[in-house]
Design a protein around this ligand. Structure first.
Ligand SMILES: Nc1nc2c(ncn2[C@@H]2O[C@H](COP(=O)(O)O[C@H]3[C@@H](O)[C@H](n4cnc5c(=O)[nH]c(N)nc54)O[C@@H]3COP(=O)(O)O)[C@@H](O)[C@H]2O)c(=O)[nH]1
Length: 851
């Protein structure tokens, strides 16, 4: 601006001009003190000029580097602009801040230097600029792709996210239609059609679609498309935001679907097929197969929904190996195997003919590994192009491998749990639960068809002895071998299971009594063949009980119970045989059960009694002792013979109680007689073999004798030969302890059992009881006489007292006496009697005999 200096009001014109200027003007002197502060400056800072004139400029703009700017300029000519426009923050008096665009000019007036500061309020402009910057950040720095198309659907803008996601720069994309630019081989045309229809309707919409980037790599995007209309309501633009959901698809969708299937207990094959189908959906150029590696390292197809069945059939059972296709090799090496061209790959020599006709030319297979590193199977991707795995498919494969591993391990665990729940761990045979289920099914089938069915209950003979004497490991091996031998004799349709211990059950459908007997014969023969275990040759045998559907029962519980009864019968009949269930057997069992109950009550309620039978010295007719014999009179059943209830007590576990009761009662009675002056030298008590297994027996007897003030020699324990023969360490130790205590031991029924003379020599026996059958036959059987004679001689030589049982006649008594037998008992002298009768006998008969 130029003002004629001669013009008288030039100063005034200048001052008013500055005062009315739209921008703030502040002039500072050489000391940077404010000398002019125009109206606009007052408005800008919210301060009046009186406040600021003469003040240092720094007070107005504490944050602006203004002083430096002014000071740095020492040279400028007339009115040079020393600071180009810069933006500064203006702090208003009321605390608000504004943004000002500032420029500084240097002035020289009459030799003095001034600076004029021009400042304009650009707050709104700065705000808009910042908004734009942030908008641009939002558009370009997001991972999402933003595409804006015009009303003609052609791209007019793409953000940097689009370039990053899909590879195309704005220049490349501009003018193109997005669906054309991004579609590829497996883009779903239906989704494109759906999108187009919405564009035509000018509606917003959302799609998930497989597209291809500039490198032709597939990726899944989720596209949200919104129309933008102008003020006249006409479509101006479509704004689309694409999110890359490839990984979400893989991780969330795939995992979600597969895990969901597992949660609802879908079978393994279903889960495997789901994985294949989902992968083929996510990556449509891939054909997927999943194989499992079985316990014998053989490939077993699980799923390959896009491959024809003959391929699965050809692969099924192939042993894994270093050159067995991609899968066999991947399973063998435990590593990824890539075959980019199966035509030439040597590993494919034997199998390429299956794949090439389908256009599948490349394959890569990855091992599916368990958490402990075992190879459980393989996951193979097949392609129609010679290609290597890319990052996308690598990632997809990893996700699937984990899912497959989870499914396979889960299935493995399920199989194991099932095995534990339904199979016997030792033999691998179905357990009771499984056997019942399968048998019930089989019975239902024969019920429909009207066919017969047999249930065979197999129990090994003397298995306990094997276990006790040779140890449980040998026992276990015997059971496993038994299971194998039983299976070897059966048909495919027969069901065999192990109930417990040495009990096996066979359910044979369509099997009549004749066929069942044949099976039993084969089993008896098979199971009696010697077995060598740990160098020891074992001879085992079994007893078999058979029940038949429908005659012996209509459901498995009943059939089993009856087969069990028949088996028991087979045992009773001498073992190593089979026995059919019969109604009579059932009756006996019912009766036996009732008797067992009654015996328990009798023992509890002290309903048993002891009768005593005298034993007489043949030399001088003096009393040698009395034998205590149990008697049971039941209110309803009447007298029950010990020959019946003693074995029953043995079978049902009451024999300990019976033995202890007899010992207590006999000793109590002997003590009582002694107190009353009846000279009874000793009492004999019968004990069962099981009583001698009890290591506490010597202690118990010592206590009883002490309790009644008796000495050990007052008591004789009668045992059968089987006690001595069982050879168990417990029995031998009990017998030795009793002998050391001084209790006398007698062998009952001598001559009828094993009659091994060896044990007589070794064991501390005091007495032999010549069995009454020999005595009975003395009158008319030379052999009986000879044997009796021999037994008496054995007794003599070993210094054992021989007591002849069952002496009923004078002839027998004479023969025995002449033969040197010391003691006799039998009806000739007296029957077993209740206490009072014995006492009478003592005072009458015995007294007569001694006189
Ligand atoms: N473990 C236990 N076993 C016992 C007990 N009480 C008895 N028994 C055993 O039961 C079997 C049968 O006994 P029982 O019916 O009492 O028969 C005995 C005698 O009555 C009978 N006997 C005696 N003299 C004669 C005779 O001259 N002729 C003849 N026909 N029978 C006679 O013999 C049986 C005695 O046998 P034994 O014991 O072998 O000496 C029997 O095996 C008893 O042992 C008990 O408490 N516990």
């Amino acid at each position: 601006m130029y003002i004629e200096s001669s013009y008288p009001n030039a100063q005034e014109i200048l001052a008013q001009t500055l005062e009315q200027a739209g921008d703030g003007v502040v002039i500072v002197d050489a000391n940077h003190c404010i000398t002019l502060f125009n109206k606009a400056a007052e408005t800008l800072w919210g301060r009046c000029r009186d406040e600021v004139l003469g003040q240092h400029i720094g007070q107005l703009m504490p944050f602006a580097p203004l002083s430096k700017l002014i000071a740095s300029d020492g040279t400028g000519g007339s009115n040079p602009v020393v600071g180009s426009s810069m933006e500064v923050t203006i702090e208003r008096r009321d605390g608000a801040t504004l943004c000002g665009a500032l420029s500084v000019s240097k002035l020289r007036v009459e030799g003095a230097v001034f600076h004029a500061i021009f400042i304009r309020d650009v707050t709104e402009e700065a705000r808009r600029r910042e908004e734009l910057r942030l908008l641009s950040l939002g558009a370009n720095e997001t991972a999402n792709a933003v595409v804006i198309t015009g009303a003609d659907s052609r791209i007019i803008y793409v953000n940097a996210g689009f370039t990053r996601m899909l590879g195309y720069e704005l220049a490349e994309a501009r003018g193109k239609i997005p669906s054309q630019l991004l579609s590829g081989q497996h883009t779903d045309p239906q989704v494109i059609e759906y999108a187009k229809s919405h564009v035509a309707l000018q509606q917003d919409f959302h799609v998930e679609i497989l597209v291809y980037d500039k490198q032709n790599r597939p990726l899944w995007i989720s596209a949200m498309i919104n129309p933008v209309f102008n003020d006249a309501g006409q479509l101006q633009n479509m704004v689309a935001v694409y999110a890359n959901i490839t990984h979400t698809k893989m991780h969330e969708v795939l995992q979600h679907k597969v895990l969901n299937a597992m949660v609802r207990e879908a079978p393994l094959l279903e889960v495997a097929e789901l994985i294949c189908r989902e992968v083929e959906h996510i990556a449509p150029d891939v054909v997927v197969s999943i194989l499992r590696v079985d316990a014998e390292d053989r490939l077993r197809p699980l799923a390959a929904p896009s491959l024809p069945d003959p391929i699965a059939q050809a692969i099924d059972g192939l042993a894994i190996g270093p050159d067995v296709g991609a899968c066999g090799s991947a399973a063998y090496w435990g590593e990824q195997v890539v075959a980019t061209d199966i035509t030439t790959d040597p590993r494919w020599a034997l199998h390429k003919h299956l794949f090439l006709p389908l256009g599948l030319v490349a394959c890569w297979s990855n091992p599916i590994k368990a958490s402990d590193g075992r190879v459980l199977g393989t996951l193979a991707f097949y392609y129609r192009a010679h290609r290597e795995p890319d990052a996308f498919l690598e990632r997809l494969s990893v996700v699937c491998e984990h899912l497959c591993a989870l499914a396979l391990e889960r299935d493995e665990a399920r199989v194991n749990i099932r095995k534990l729940a339904f199979y016997d761990v030792l033999t691998g045979l179905p357990n009771r639960r499984r056997l019942y289920a399968k048998a019930t099914q089989a019975i239902e089938e024969v019920m429909r068809s009207g066919a017969p069915l047999a249930v065979l209950f197999v129990d090994l003979d003397r298995f306990k002895q094997v276990n006790d004497s040779l140890g449980h490991a040998v026992g276990d091996e015997l059971l496993c071998e038994t299971a194998l031998r039983i299976k070897a004799q059966l048909r495919e349709c027969d069901i065999v299971g192990r109930l417990s211990g040495d009990e096996f059950v066979i359910v044979a459908p369509d099997c009549n009594s004749h066929q069942a007997a044949e099976i039993a014969e084969r089993l008896l023969a098979g199971l009696s063949r010697p077995i060598v275990i740990g160098g020891v040759k074992l001879r085992s045998s079994a007893s078999i009980g058979i029940s038949l559907y429908p005659d012996s029962g209509h459901h498995i519980e009943q059939l089993l119970q009856h087969a069990d009864m028949a088996m028991y019968q087979a045992k009773m009949a001498g073992r190593h045989r089979c026995c059919f269930f019969s109604a009579e057997m059932d009756r006996q069992v019912q009766e036996r059960q009732a008797l067992e109950l009654a015996l328990r009550e009798a023992l509890e309620q002290k309903q048993l009694q002891l009768h005593y039978q005298p034993q007489v010295r043949l030399g001088d007719s003096r009393l040698y002792g009395v034998e205590a014999l149990a008697r049971w009179h039941h209110p309803q059943l009447g007298d029950v013979s010990p020959a019946r209830f003693v074995p029953l007590a043995e079978e049902c576990g009451l024999v300990m109680e019976l033995g202890h009761w007899a010992l207590h009662e006999a000793c109590r009675q002997l003590a009582e007689w002694r107190r009353r002056g009846l000279a009874i030298p000793a009492v004999s008590v019968n004990l069962s073999p099981k009583n001698f297994h009890h290591l506490g027996l010597p202690r118990l007897i010592a206590d009883i004798l002490r309790q009644h003030g008796l000495s050990p020699t007052d008591l004789t324990l009668e045992m059968t030969e089987s006690v001595l023969m069982d050879g168990s360490p417990e029995t031998l130790s009990t017998i030795s302890a009793l002998h050391e205590q001084g209790v006398r031991l007698s062998i009952d029924d001598f001559g009828t059992g094993y009659s091994s003379l060896g044990y007589l020599h070794r064991l501390p026996v005091d007495e032999l009881k010549l069995d009454k059958r020999f005595v009975h036959d003395l009158d008319n059987d030379e052999a009986a006489r000879a044997l009796t004679h021999a037994i008496i001689r054995i007794g003599e030589s070993l210094h054992l007292t021989v007591v002849a049982e069952g002496v009923e006649s004078e002839t027998q008594r004479c023969f025995l006496a002449k033969s040197g037998c010391q003691v006799a008992q039998g009806y000739l002298f007296a029957r077993p009697m209740p206490v009072e009768a014995l006492e009478r006998w003592m005072t009458t008969t015995l007294a007569c005999a001694s006189t």
